[in-house]
Write a protein that binds this ligand. Structure first.
Ligand code: WT7
Length: 634
């Protein structure tokens, strides 16, 4: 069934790039770049020349075992080497690689050379801990330099990393660590958030009791709160101690192009999160190329992506994309509205940020303050803006364009996913823009909108978003679950077409308008969370017999959770129980699971085989026709 309401289309409203943008752009002709991208292998192999390879590839694309595509087979390369070591042989050696800023106004600058030294020390320390190529290391950390250093150290020695977002809680943590059989965990005492210090270590301490594979826990004393090394393990070591005395040189592990690079868990339709696996060369290429093209990255740019490293946005565009281009990356720890809603604009002015990439939910939040804060600061350094994570409503787009970009910065509305690893459908800066549309597939990407049978739909009609040809940064499988990988993404349509899980439509210019998920995945403030995960958290509470969860639209967060629950005998949905349920769900899943409403019901719509029909609940919520109810039990 097609759900299409999220974006009000205004296809006639077109914003054209200024002459200044056009003259400066690395890609001056959008259409001809798209044309070039049609020869996939030629296009991507030319781009792959940007890296230093230890050994060149034999074959660009191997399609012999669909959908297990391979890129640049026979090649040998190392990510950390290309993101760090390569630059210290150039004039970038003493340039700032990481500019860390927090909500207290503190900053720390780390040059490429300093980054090189510290990554090597951590890499050597990991080896001493027994971490080998192919082992998995996890992090549960705030946005701080040590997080980037830990991840780069993993890629230097060929260990996989699996980042756990610091906003996830015990249940989600344990599930991810155990699935990936994590050997070493990096964590920190806490993180700054709205004037407080949120304790991370107590969550990690509690979770780790259920994680038998973790041999060592490395603790960064980030906020300077006194930490007691807990008695639980003898498994813990302070970060400072870990690297103390380690040699500052470490040979990069020559990785096969297709060697696993990292895991990142994301939500799907069922309760179990999916371990999305990315491999080395293709991922590097996708992240670096799209960042350069979409945000037109020049040597003098100051790049700021506000996304958290706990999500793919942070992997591709806080760490890897920028460092692979030798670009300074801002790592910001804090909320967008603390100490006041001008904090981001203050940073833009102070450092002269030129490219700024954020989420629609943040824009909608800051938009409520009108021009009060955007006018307090000089935002004249900005050249290009971007958004990601969910559809942006045209009002928010225009507010961002006029008040932050002052009518001269094009907005790159980038559609992509954890699975795609890189931007897929997005304008380039020289493009004609329509607020609310992600415009066209990027050069080297072949996307379309199709009906249930896989046939392209007519102009203006809703359908399933698909990718028809492989792309370098595509995920290669779901960790230890090839069957799910094939079934969820590749079996729905004939010919190994990738099913993205979104609904979309195209207008008469071929522009894409993304309309939201086609599955039972919610997008809360741009964060992905599965209905089934939330339901199972509810059912884990002693008062709840059954639960069904849908998204309810929310003006700031896009969506929040609306839960329908059947209580066990003897329970009533009174205030204290509501509070307790909220606490419980937060404990299991973390603050990402924002509860908008809990309603008590005595029946849930189900199929005869007992599956909850969330579709019916959604239709009721929207006041829409219930659609086909022939499979409904009663
Ligand atoms: C889902 C992927 C990609 C990094 C952050 C999210 C939605 C993403 C857009 C956009 C409309 C978007 C889709 C997609 N989405 N970007 N520009 N316009 N929707 O990664 O957590 O894997 O979520 O986010 O629904 O499938 P993710």
């Amino acid at each position: 069934m097609v759900r299409d309401t999220t974006v009000l289309m205004d296809e006639k409203r077109i914003f054209k790039a200024s002459d200044e943008i056009k003259e400066n752009a690395l890609v001056k002709n959008w259409e001809s770049e798209i044309e070039k991208g049609k020869d996939l292998e030629k296009y991507w192999s030319e781009k792959a020349e940007q890296f230093e390879w230890f050994q060149k590839w034999d074959k660009v694309l191997d399609e012999s075992n669909k959908p297990f595509f391979k890129w640049f087979t026979g090649g040998k390369i190392n990510l950390a080497y290309n993101a760090v070591d390569r630059w210290i042989k150039t004039e970038k050696r003493n340039q700032v690689a990481i500019l860390y800023i927090n909500e207290r106004g503190q900053e720390k600058k780390i040059t490429f050379y300093e980054l090189y030294l510290e990554v090597n020390k951590v890499a050597n320390a990991l080896k001493n801990l027994g971490v080998k190529k192919g082992d998995t290391v996890s992090t549960y950390m705030p946005m701080c330099p040590e997080l980037l250093i830990a991840l780069l150290a993993c890629t230097k020695i060929g260990a996989l990393h699996s980042v756990i977002y610091s906003g996830l809680s015990v249940g989600a943590f344990v599930e991810r660590i155990n699935d990936a059989k994590v050997k070493v965990l990096f964590t920190a005492d806490g993180t700054y958030r709205r004037g407080k210090i949120i304790d991370l270590k107590n969550i990690a301490d509690e979770a780790i009791l259920q994680c038998p594979t973790v041999e060592t826990i490395v603790v960064v004393n980030h906020t300077g709160t006194p930490i007691e090394i807990s008695e639980l393990s003898g498994r813990e070591i302070f970060y400072e101690r870990l690297i103390d005395g380690e040699p500052a040189h470490c040979e990069p592990e020559p990785m096969d192009s297709e060697d696993p690079l990292f895991l990142l868990y994301t939500s799907g339709s069922t309760g179990k999160p999916k371990g999305v696996l990315h491999t080395t060369a293709g991922y590097m290429l996708g992240a670096a190329t799209t960042l350069r093209n979409v945000f037109d990255i020049h040597d003098d740019d100051l790049w700021w992506c506000t996304g958290d490293i706990g999500w793919i946005t942070g992997h591709s565009y806080v760490i890897y994309g920028p460092l692979l281009l030798g670009t300074t990356t801002i790592v910001y720890e804090g909320a967008p509205d603390y100490p006041d809603p001008g904090v981001w604009w203050k940073i833009v002015e102070k450092y002269g940020v030129t490219k700024f990439y954020t989420a629609p939910t943040a824009i909608r939040h800051l938009m409520r303050f009108g021009t009060r804060y955007t006018n307090l600061y000089d935002l004249g350094s900005l050249r290009i803006l971007g958004t990601v994570g969910e559809p942006i409503n045209p009002e928010a787009w225009v507010w961002f364009y006029e008040n932050v970009g002052k009518g001269k910065c094009p907005i790159m509305d980038t559609w992509w996913q954890t699975e795609t690893g890189m931007h897929m459908i997005s304008p380039l800066p020289v493009a004609d823009l329509k607020p609310g549309s992600t415009t066209l597939p990027l050069p080297g990407v072949d996307a379309d909108v199709v009906d249930e049978e896989g046939n392209p739909v007519p102009v203006g009609k809703g359908g399933y978003l698909v990718i028809k040809k492989p792309w370098p940064a595509m995920f290669r499988t779901l960790y230890k679950d090839e069957e799910r990988f094939e079934n969820v993404y590749w079996k729905e349509f004939p010919g190994y077409v990738y099913k993205a899980g979104d609904m979309a439509r195209k207008d008469e210019n071929g522009y894409f308008w993304i309309q939201g998920r086609s599955d039972d995945v919610l997008k809360i403030a741009g964060h992905r969370i599965g209905s089934a995960e939330v339901e199972s958290a509810f059912v884990g509470h002693p008062a709840v017999a059954e639960a069904a969860v849908i998204g309810r639209s929310d003006p700031i967060k896009g969506e929040v959770i609306k839960a329908f629950i059947i209580l066990k005998e003897g329970y009533e949905l009174k205030t204290h129980l509501i509070e307790d349920l909220k606490k419980h769900v937060r404990y299991e899943l973390g603050p990402v699971a924002v509860l908008g409403e809990i309603v008590q019901v005595d029946k849930l719509p189900k199929t005869r085989s007992g599956k909850i029909m969330r579709r019916i609940l959604r239709a009721q919520e929207m006041g829409e026709d219930l659609g086909d109810t022939s499979t409904l039990e009663e």
